[in-house]
Design a protein around this ligand. Structure first.
Ligand code: F6R
Length: 656
């Protein structure tokens, strides 16, 4: 949440900051701003809304300088207005701060600062930081930052500049990510690697309660007490092209299409001579053999991958596996057996605040922590006892797609690996499973190549939706007629339509979606519903099909679209019974079925069918994910939603 970038060097800072912010926009996009120092003056531009608003304002302002900080915001405290956008400044307008995180004691700090006659310009928690800086500044900026940081409770990544020190860029962090990028005669700060990847690959990951002091030619890291830390840079291996759309209209569809390649990458890295190997996993087998229960913690899509992992791990390891959302787990009584509970955290970003907190709580109780993470060097990766990376490459679209299937594939392989360590998976089963998993890239390719059917289903749905919308318009005819000016009438109608699109799911809940699945595909149902909700704002629920009769069946009439995930499996007939129960109540059914399944083709069973290639039921979630992602994508595209940056969401949820 919120993206930070900063530059100090000999070049013009503005384009570097703008490029960095563009690459960080997935972290927040409700307002943005930059502050740039030119000799002893600092110029600032902020705008509410998307980054393009800021860019236009900067172009008009003509500001320039070779030191600067920038910020793209995801609002926590205070509406997404220009006044609440970062950077923030104090009374003297000499200090400028960008911040990611939440200052939990900001109310107390604000009260005491107000008593000292500080006047606040915004409703943010961040502004207290800059007033504290002013208060503590006695000529040494580093010292002022150290004293300020000591007063703060909560999480923060900070970038600081001051007109008093046009040759310094300062940064600090606690529980929010921040990296230092090192160049020749120039240095950077950023929330995440993609922001500065086109500038440098040499980075230092700042640790909690560390302060970085950057000049053009030097970068030093200190503790909050001012002691020097000897931090070594690491070289980041990431292809800058992987963070571009590469000809696709959205990052999401690009990332959906990357999945066969991601699977291939994981399989070839992990399978050696018919055995699964995790070279970076620094957990010795003796410690792993002690494990007698597993707890998975994750959020959102990663939680769904973890939920599928429960089925897989329990089947192959024969030990109990619990799965929890991190936000619930962290505040519960965690039942951890010292050295016997393996906690697996799953996280694309490796920075999700709740997952990180759940990890730390488990670690304190003596659990062994293994993390399944995408972003190399992220906080969760660094704080775990062992880490396995999912090799999905940068995922930019807010709605997770390739990271989900990469998490699934990695968990399948992890289960096989642990099965070998525990001695619960025979060589025959292992070979058979590996053969099935090895077919995943080809099967995914087949789904992607036959996406025409999914597009047609989505188009049909959007048509029905638009007809419904037009019907709603009829109610407006009188209202529209009262406008004498036809242009005004049109404007009104258009505004209404846009509002209605955006709030459709809530105001006209005639077409909600219900996703049903069983066993390993119950998590697929949850994930399908989440994808649709996120990018179309249409109300959607995922349910275990067996739970239908316990409530959700009350929703059924001809309006909701019920998506039944029913590839050939041991529970195929049970799903058919559920489908018949829906049809008996005039429900509309879309079945995800195995290619060539004649039975489901019978009209009584399904109104729409999307076929997937034949696949073993145990590994079918890997394939089922794709039509669900594509369906959500094509519906969102048909309605005209902002697919890569859905409202209210951010890619990396670094606040709880
Ligand atoms: C949904 C989505 C989110 C994330 C969740 C956890 O498409 O992307 O639900 O899965 O915020 O994020 P990570 O995996 O970064 O911990």
């Amino acid at each position: 949440m919120c993206g930070i970038v900063g530059y100090i060097g000999g070049r013009e800072a503005v384009p570097i900051l703008i490029e960095g912010l563009k690459n960080l926009e997935y972290r927040g996009y409700d307002s943005a701003g930059i502050a740039v120092a030119d000799s002893d003056k600092v110029f600032m531009v902020k705008r509410s809304g998307k980054l393009k608003n800021l860019e236009a304002a900067i172009n008009e302002s003509g500001i320039s300088g070779s030191l600067g900080i920038g910020h793209t915001r995801w609002a926590t405290h205070g509406a997404p207005t220009e006044a609440n956008a970062h950077p923030h400044f104090g009374k003297t307008r000499e200090f400028f701060v960008v911040h990611n995180g939440i200052i939990e004691n900001h109310q107390q700090l604000k009260e005491s600062l107000k008593r000292e006659k500080c006047r606040f310009n915004s409703e943010t928690d961040t502004e207290v930081i800059v007033h504290l800086l002013e208060k503590f500044y006695t000529g040494d900026l580093k010292q002022a930052v150290c004293r300020t940081v000591k007063k703060l409770k909560g999480s923060f990544a900070l970038g600081v500049i001051s007109s008093r020190h046009p040759d310094l860029l300062l940064a600090a962090r606690r529980d929010s990510p921040l990296i230092i990028g090192l160049g020749k005669g120039e240095n950077y700060i950023a929330s995440d690697v993609p922001a500065i990847l086109s500038q440098t690959r040499s980075v230092i990951y700042l640790e909690n309660d560390e302060i970085a002091v950057l000049g053009r030619d030097n970068a030093e890291v200190f503790t909050v007490n001012g002691d020097c830390c000897n931090r070594r840079p690491v070289t980041v291996k990431m292809d800058p092209d992987s963070a571009s759309k590469g000809g696709y209209s959205h990052f999401m569809i690009k990332e959906i299409n990357e999945q066969p390649e991601v699977m291939r990458r994981i399989l070839s890295a992990r399978i050696k001579n018919n055995r699964v190997r995790f070279e970076e996993l620094k957990l010795n087998e003796k410690r792993l053999k002690n494990i007698d229960n597993i707890q998975i913690v994750a959020c959102g899509t990663a939680y769904h991958a973890g939920l599928c992992g429960k089925y897989v791990l329990e089947k192959l390891l024969k030990i109990p596996v619990n799965v929890d959302t991190s936000s619930e787990f962290r505040y519960r009584e965690q039942i951890i057996k010292k050295n016997k509970t393996l906690v697996i955290t799953v996280s694309q970003s490796g920075e999700t605040a709740d997952t990180l907190a759940a990890l730390r709580a488990s670690q304190q109780k003596g659990a062994l922590i293994l993390s399944v993470v995408n972003v190399v060097g992220s906080s969760i990766a660094r704080e775990s006892d062992g880490v396995v990376y999912i090799y999905a490459g940068p995922e930019i679209a807010v709605a997770s797609t390739k990271a989900y299937t990469a998490q699934l594939m990695t968990i399948y392989l992890l289960a096989l690996y642990l099965g070998e360590v525990f001695g619960t998976v025979s060589e025959r089963i292992r070979r058979e499973m590996l053969r099935m998993l090895a077919r995943t890239p080809l099967k995914m390719k087949e789904v992607l190549a036959n996406n025409g059917r999914i597009k047609r289903v989505a188009r049909d749905y959007v048509k029905r939706y638009n007809i419904r919308l037009a019907e709603q318009f009829k109610f407006l005819e009188d209202e529209v007629a009262q406008f004498k000016d036809s242009r005004k009438a049109l404007e009104f109608a258009e505004q209404w339509a846009r509002r209605s699109h955006l709030t459709y799911g809530r105001r006209f809940g005639d077409f909600p979606f219900l996703y049903l699945g069983r066993n390993v595909n119950f998590p697929s149902a949850l994930e399908g519903a989440l994808k649709l909700k996120e990018i179309t704002y249409i109300s959607a629920e995922g349910y275990a099909a067996g739970e239908m009769k316990h409530g959700p069946i009350a929703l059924i009439d001809e309006f909701p679209l019920v998506i039944c995930i029913n590839p050939r499996s041991s529970l195929y007939d049970k799903m058919l019974s559920n489908i018949q129960e829906i049809k008996a109540r005039r429900g509309t059914v879309l079945s995800i079925a195995t290619k060539g399944d004649r039975e489901i083709r019978k009209k009584a069973y399904s109104d729409y069918i999307i076929e997937i290639p034949p696949v073993n039921e145990f590994v079918s979630p890997l394939i089922v994910a794709l039509p669900l992602q594509l369906l959500a994508y094509y519906i969102a595209a048909g309605i005209g939603c902002d697919i890569d940056q859905p409202r209210n969401l951010a890619k990396s949820v670094t606040v709880e």
